[in-house]
Design a protein around this ligand. Structure first.
Ligand code: VG1
Ligand code: CO
Length: 550
């Protein structure tokens, strides 16, 4: 054990508080440039350390996705944690810690919470984005009561406390002392691999991956590289090279670490335009998202949640069945249909993983997911990219069929929810809010009106009452529910950092007897045209087409 010499406690005064540190859908996310502003990171961390219960004398988990700014921020936060009386700080070699692995560490070590440095799927580097996410003792994203209190604290912050000390070496595991705080540097990968081994049948998966099944995993030069290499190649014996772009880079190799058809185009092309692979998957910057591809087959994330729900008992960790499922409001109702058939409770929450926390803690759900490539379960309190990939491998191994066959069989049984999300990114902020405000104002007059050949049955701004603690969250998205069960939802993103991002969610259900093999953009064409007419999207954004279509 080494003791850092010259450890002295300092209070740094702020000339004035920062007024823009309100966390969005998932933590505080800003440009790297903004985070380089002197005292900017420290302000948000100080507020968080004051607000999160139990920090003094407690255990804290700290790590990030390896992007530009990660290592420097870890050193700063470690010294601040020491100044706030944290008893033990758990951090990782190279500062590499995925969001799901952080959630697991918090729970395993009964920490009071964790600080995860990531702007998730946003690009990194000096010209990219940085972010800070605060998680609570259950391992999940802090609820709004906490993030609101943190924001309030930043608004009146007079200064912050920090220990002056040498940096903690992060190049290998070890134990250190920072003032009176113990620092443990651990390998962030092994605990997570062990957890996965409890949930899935690794012998069966190894047999699949060592056989002639061809799998390509793209880590997009983000945090899952070391985890995927450890689990797929070392633990399960997949051929070397199965994991692509597996070395985390500060700027993700200049890419956009967002596992969708636009930003993970190399993998998408490999699976959708070629026949050399049976299965493809990718995760995002911080490892909580997943994209699933089969040979010439893209699995929509809403469908993925439904398939996992329908096949859950094939995985050892879920062999006893599920307590219930939940999905975020804009996620398609594909999982609802499965839940109904299985007699399971099904919940609809606002966008953002923090809203699943209470349901998971109360044991009311086992699986949950979002249309934005997020799927997870009660094994932790975050969505979990590699978990979802392993779950799919488990299903394919047990059923012995292709991804396309799993999907076709699923739709034949439950019907198909044609679904797409159209994102209009980096719109000028006033234009986006003008568009959104106008539709919001129109809602009361829309009920009963015609829309894409159907009638509008409900038009509202989604509000949610948490069934566990009764808290109410309003303003979560404009919904047009049509009389045939189709719907269109509009939301403004809470994670973007440039201008505003409008998300348009489109959904239409076809029963098992209907046409199940259409192109979703064709099946949804009338809804796409109708919402553009109603919301004047092209005219008001000046954009001919969405930036990203999922
Ligand atoms: C987006 C997604 C949302 C997700 C959030 C955080 O939020 O739509 O479903 O929970 O990102 O994801 P928004 O407000 O931009 O729509 V992340 O992966 O991996 O921090
Ligand atoms: Co993420």
């Amino acid at each position: 054990m080494t003791t850092s010499p010259a450890a002295a406690l300092t209070t740094v005064a702020l000339a004035q508080p920062f007024t823009d540190q309100k966390p969005g859908t998932s933590g505080l996310r800003k440009s790297s440039r903004q985070f380089q502003t002197p005292h900017y990171l420290e302000s948000f961390v100080e507020a968080s350390l004051r607000v999160v219960p139990g920090v003094e004398g407690g255990i804290l988990v700290l790590g990030g996705d390896g992007r530009f700014g990660n290592l420097a921020a870890i050193q700063t936060i470690a010294r601040m944690a020491a100044a706030h009386g944290v008893a033990r700080l758990i951090t990782t070699t190279g500062g590499i810690l995925s969001t799901p692995a952080a959630s697991h560490l918090i729970r395993r070590h009964q920490a009071v919470g964790g600080i995860i440095l990531s702007a998730s799927h946003n690009p990194g580097g000096p010209e990219g984005d940085f972010g800070v996410k605060i998680n609570g003792a259950n391992g999940g994203p802090a609820p709004e009561s906490i993030t609101d209190a943190i924001y309030q604290a930043t608004l009146t912050l007079e200064g912050y406390r920090i220990l002056e000390a040498d940096p903690v070496p992060l190049d290998q595991p070890g134990s250190f002392q920072l003032g009176s705080m113990a620092v443990e540097v651990i390998d962030g990968v092994s605990d997570y691999g062990a957890l996965m081994q409890q949930l899935f049948d690794f012998d069966r998966l190894a047999a699949l991956l060592k056989g002639d099944f061809r799998f390509a995993f793209d880590a997009l030069h983000a945090v899952t590289g070391p985890y995927a290499t450890q689990i797929f190649e070392r633990q399960l014996g997949a051929p070397a090279g199965t994991v692509r772009n597996g070395v985390p880079l500060e700027d993700f190799g200049g890419g956009h670490p967002d596992p969708n058809l636009t930003y993970a185009h190399d993998l998408a092309a490999l699976l959708l335009e070629g026949d050399a692979h049976d299965f493809g998957a990718a995760c995002d910057g911080d490892g909580d998202r997943n994209m699933i591809l089969g040979r010439r087959c893209f699995v929509n994330p809403s469908d993925s949640l439904a398939v996992l729900t329908a096949n859950a008992t094939l995985a050892p960790g879920y062999a006893d069945g599920l307590a219930g499922v939940a999905r975020s409001m804009p996620t398609s109702a594909a999982a609802d249909v499965v839940a109904k058939a299985l007699g399971l409770p099904c919940f609809e929450t606002p966008t953002g993983w923090k809203f699943f926390g209470n349901l998971l803690d109360a044991g009311r759900i086992t699986l949950c997911g979002e249309e934005s490539f997020g799927t997870g379960s009660n094994h932790i309190r975050e969505k979990d990219g590699l978990w979802a990939v392993l779950f799919w491998l488990q299903i394919l191994a047990v059923r012995g069929c292709s991804v396309a066959e799993v999907m076709a069989d699923h739709w034949r049984r439950y019907g198909r929810h044609y679904y797409s999300r159209h994102d209009y990114e980096a719109i000028e902020s006033d234009a986006a809010h003008g568009l959104y405000g106008r539709v919001k104002g129109m809602l009361p007059s829309l009920v009963g009106e015609r829309f894409a050949g159907r009638a509008i049955a409900t038009a509202d701004d989604f509000a949610y009452t948490d069934p566990v603690d009764g808290s109410v969250t309003q303003g979560q998205g404009l919904r047009l529910l049509l009389d045939d069960g189709s719907r269109v939802v509009l939301r403004l993103s809470g994670t973007g950092t440039q201008g505003a991002t409008l998300r348009v969610y489109l959904e239409s259900y076809v029963p098992p007897s209907g046409a199940l093999a259409e192109d979703p953009q064709v099946a949804l064409a009338d809804l796409i045209t109708a919402i553009d007419d109603l919301a004047q999207i092209k005219a008001r954004t000046g954009m001919e087409r969405p930036t990203v279509i999922t």
